[in-house]
Write a protein that binds this ligand. Structure first.
Ligand SMILES: Nc1nc2c(c(=O)[nH]1)N[C@H]1C(S)=C(S)[C@@H](COP(=O)(O)OP(=O)(O)OC[C@H]3O[C@@H](n4cnc5c(=O)[nH]c(N)nc54)[C@H](O)[C@@H]3O)O[C@H]1N2
Ligand SMILES: Nc1nc2c(c(=O)[nH]1)N[C@H]1C(S)=C(S)[C@@H](COP(=O)(O)OP(=O)(O)OC[C@H]3O[C@@H](n4cnc5c(=O)[nH]c(N)nc54)[C@H](O)[C@@H]3O)O[C@H]1N2
Ligand code: SF4
Ligand SMILES: [Mo]
Length: 722
């Protein structure tokens, strides 16, 4: 036996940790981090280290499946599957028009650098606006809010040289995610320890004392959903104490006085009471942040899934803006942005403009933004009769049944489709409903570039990987699926570098070249510069154009009206069915688990050892008050639906909160199997109330719920009254 070692990077999640993979024939026998990598320094996580198990999993799909009329599946070949799917698509387009054909790329697809560009281009070729991804149920306000305020062309401060960092509802130690300017998942523990040793101050806003919060100088353990109130309070203190950057605001901000007036009612006493924190901590946090002089505030999924996400995102940008936390002339940008065409980086504002002006949705007056339709409306786009109704859906590495808001609605939609195609490597809860399941290549079987981290790495870093293994069966890269279908439909696929050739099948690298054409660093150079940092290639901020007259709008009328409305709410939960606090006293908040990536995890033995359910983490005093112990099952009921959770005491969760990971469970609307497969929190979200008017984002965290005991913990049955 000869074992060969290959260099690659992990694509289980976006973090792109470099890895050495030992291969015996076509079998992965070991994986490890790359110790001499200049950015990651050997860092990997438990999920990435499951590659050997993932590649050898007996449950992996290696041949396409077709649903029989009786609902069972039979194996077919990819050639046959593509012929049949294309014929169905042709019929649907001819009958209803191209809008009826939708695709949804989820987290699995996102880890492939060409899956999203190919899906997008497939829709362009078909002239169908029905292009969806998981971004619009994640943190969509991140891509819309900057347009509303105005964009600083040279970006906001970097994390690497920050003196202060304000982290609102994210946890890179588990998720590997941090916003631009925040701590990223590139070796997060070591980097944070270094930054703290250098004197950086950290402020964390989170209802849970997270792994990140354990490093905090100030942890504001707020009631979930009160981020707009908290941010308005921080702005109030900073403006009242005159701690903002006067010079910067005078030059670049159009409406500071309007902002001042809008945050006036958010005095520390009011904010502290509503958020249930100490007023002195709020004031100390405001002063600590304002002292800087470098460093930014940034948000994660927590507040972006809570009520008023556009407002939260807006106030966060405004906090950075009035404190002047922008890159100035001569500053260097942290990330390389090597994979995208170079755009000017001057120390000036790009004028504000309306954020969502794309194709109209048929629901709630929503529109596409950044070329994507809002996923929160897709189930209803499928179910609502009328012109433009979606009839075919291609799911590329996603799991709608456990991820989209309102599980019952989503299940109805999946069953109502005339054609559902799921591209996945396993029989997911969504694949069970498919007409065709197309098995995908796994990441070690394809070439890739780190297309997300390229803009988030904390240094100008390049990497590339070729395929380390041959395809294990009749499996397809996501791009191939779209290519095979487009070819049969006679539809073009226009990528930035030109139309994808249809006569002979391109390679992964051909597609990468077309998708990332015009990149700042030519792709062949990227391929030759694996795992390298290039300080000399950092983008340097250029002076402002003297003609630039654009200014930030920090107090646009609609958002300031929303802020005034927040002041009249009793709590952030008012946006959901006017749920009175007494009736739904708990808040269910989202979190990530180390041993799962959304719905992916427990099928791998070493991850299952860590847990086969998404525990309902609660404060020990709340658990005691319910008269139960760890392992008991509770019903968690929102104004619309209920799910079961297995209780686990967690002193790091604040009282009145249930902290629970999403995308667990299966297709059932009841949870008898909760101990073995968990339960999906998406069941509790609703699409038609409390949604964000710009992005259509719905409440997926800080959900008002009440709790009752279903079944005491095993072994405790006698002690606890029924
Ligand atoms: N209540 C609530 N709802 C939420 C959230 C929450 O916090 N709370 N979070 C939201 C967020 S942030 C997101 S991103 C979504 C997640 O929504 P989705 O992305 O739709 O859900 P995942 O479970 O990540 O589905 C990924 C699928 O891709 C498959 N997969 C893995 N690797 C590959 C691959 O290489 N190729 C292909 N084709 N498939 C692959 C996996 O088997 C899995 O079935 O859920 C959202 N919904
Ligand atoms: N291990 C692992 N890594 C992952 C994933 C995973 O499932 N597992 N999922 C991936 C995906 S799809 C994404 S989008 C990223 C997300 O990355 P993150 O945004 O870092 O996600 P979380 O770790 O859930 O952190 C969200 C935090 O918000 C807090 N929170 C909840 N509600 C509120 C609120 O109302 N206000 C405030 N201030 N905080 C609140 C939670 O307590 C939690 O600590 O992670 C990615 N990485
Ligand atoms: S953090 Fe993400 S990319 Fe890194 S090893 Fe873990 S799963 Fe893989
Ligand atoms: Mo996500």
């Amino acid at each position: 036996m000869t074992v060969t070692t290959h260099h690659t990077f992990c694509r289980i999640c976006h973090a792109s940790c470099p890895m050495e993979v030992d291969v015996d024939g076509t079998r992965v026998v070991a994986v490890r981090g790359v110790m001499d990598d200049p950015l990651f320094e050997g860092y990997t996580c438990i999920k990435g280290r499951q590659y050997p198990d993932q590649m050898a999993s007996p449950d992996r799909l290696l041949r396409p499946l077709r649903r029989r009329p009786d609902g069972t599946f039979e194996e077919t070949t990819s050639a046959e599957a593509f012929d049949e799917i294309a014929a169905e698509l042709r019929r649907i387009i001819d009958t209803y028009g191209p809008r009826a054909v939708a695709s949804y790329t989820g987290t699995g697809g996102y880890q492939n650098s060409v899956a999203v560009p190919m899906a997008r281009a497939f829709h362009q070729g078909l002239d169908s606006p029905s292009f969806y991804t998981s971004v619009t149920i994640d943190q969509p306000a991140k891509s819309t809010a900057p347009f509303r305020v105005g964009i600083w062309e040279a970006g906001y401060h970097n994390f690497s040289d920050a003196d202060v960092s304000l982290a609102i509802g994210y946890n890179p130690m588990v998720s590997s995610y941090g916003p631009v300017g925040g701590l990223q998942g590139t070796n997060p523990f070591v980097v944070m320890r270094r930054k703290k040793a250098e004197g950086m101050k950290l402020i964390v806003v989170d209802p849970r004392r997270t792994e990140l919060a354990s490093f905090a100088d100030i942890h504001l353990q707020i009631r979930p959903g009160e981020d707009p109130t908290l941010l308005a309070g921080l702005l109030h203190v900073i403006l009242r104490e005159d701690l903002h950057d006067h010079e910067f605001c005078e030059q670049w901000v159009a409406d500071l006085d309007e902002l001042r007036a809008a945050v006036e009612p958010y005095d520390p006493a009011y904010v502290a009471e509503r958020c249930d924190i100490a007023a002195a901590d709020l004031e100390a946090a405001a002063r600590m942040f304002a002292a800087g002089p470098r460093g930014t505030a940034g948000t994660g999924t927590g507040p972006n899934m809570a009520p008023h996400p556009s407002l939260t995102e807006h106030l966060t940008i405004v906090l950075n803006t009035i404190c002047g936390r922008v890159n100035r002339e001569g500053d260097r940008l942290e990330s390389g942005w090597f994979l995208y065409p170079e755009t000017p980086k001057r120390a000036q504002v790009i004028a504000p403009r309306p954020p969502a002006t794309g194709a109209p949705s048929r629901l709630r007056g929503l529109r596409a933004y950044r070329g994507e339709m809002p996923t929160t409306a897709l189930a209803e786009e499928i179910l609502t009769p009328g012109e433009g109704r979606v009839r075919a859906l291609i799911v590329s590495g996603g799991n709608p049944v456990v991820a989209w808001p309102d599980q019952a609605l989503t299940l109805r939609a999946m069953q109502d489709l005339e054609l559902l195609v799921v591209i996945d490597h396993r029989m997911s809860a969504t694949a069970e409903h498919a007409h065709y399941v197309v098995p995908c290549t796994l990441s070690l079987e394809r070439a890739d570039v780190p297309h997300l981290m390229d803009r988030w790495f904390r240094a100008p870093y390049t990497n590339y990987t070729e395929a380390v293994l041959p395809k294990a069966g009749d499996v397809s890269n996501e791009w191939e699926v779209f290519w095979e279908l487009a070819r049969r439909l006679g539809s073009p696929i226009p990528l930035p570098g030109g139309e994808v050739p249809m006569d002979a099948k391109p390679s992964d690298d051909d597609i990468i070249d077309l998708a990332y054409a015009g990149s700042r660093m030519p792709l062949d150079e990227v391929r030759a510069k694996q795992r390298q940092v290039h300080p000399e290639l950092a983008m340097v901020v250029q002076p402002a154009d003297p003609e630039c007259t654009a200014r930030f709008t920090v107090a646009p009328a609609d958002l300031m009206a929303e802020l005034a409305e927040v002041r009249t709410e009793r709590t952030g939960a008012d946006v959901l069915l006017g749920s009175a606090d007494g009736e739904y006293p708990f808040r269910l908040v989202s979190r990530r688990l180390k041993y799962a990536l959304n719905s992916l995890g427990p099928e791998y033995p070493k991850l299952a050892e860590k847990g086969t359910t998404n525990s309902a983490y609660m404060h020990p005093d709340d658990v005691a008050e319910l008269g139960i112990t760890d392992g008991a099952i509770i019903e968690i009921r929102s104004p619309r639906a209920a799910l079961w959770g297995v209780v686990e005491s967690a002193p790091d969760v604040r009282r009145g909160v249930i902290s629970m990971a999403h995308s667990w469970g299966g297709s059932s609307l009841t949870d008898e199997k909760v101990r073995d497969i968990g339960a999906p929190t998406n069941r509790l979200s609703v699409t038609d109330e409390g949604y964000d008017p710009v992005t259509g984002m719905v409440v997926q965290s800080a959900i008002p719920v009440r709790v009752s005991v279903v079944e005491p913990a095993p072994g405790e049955r006698e002690e606890v009254p029924a």
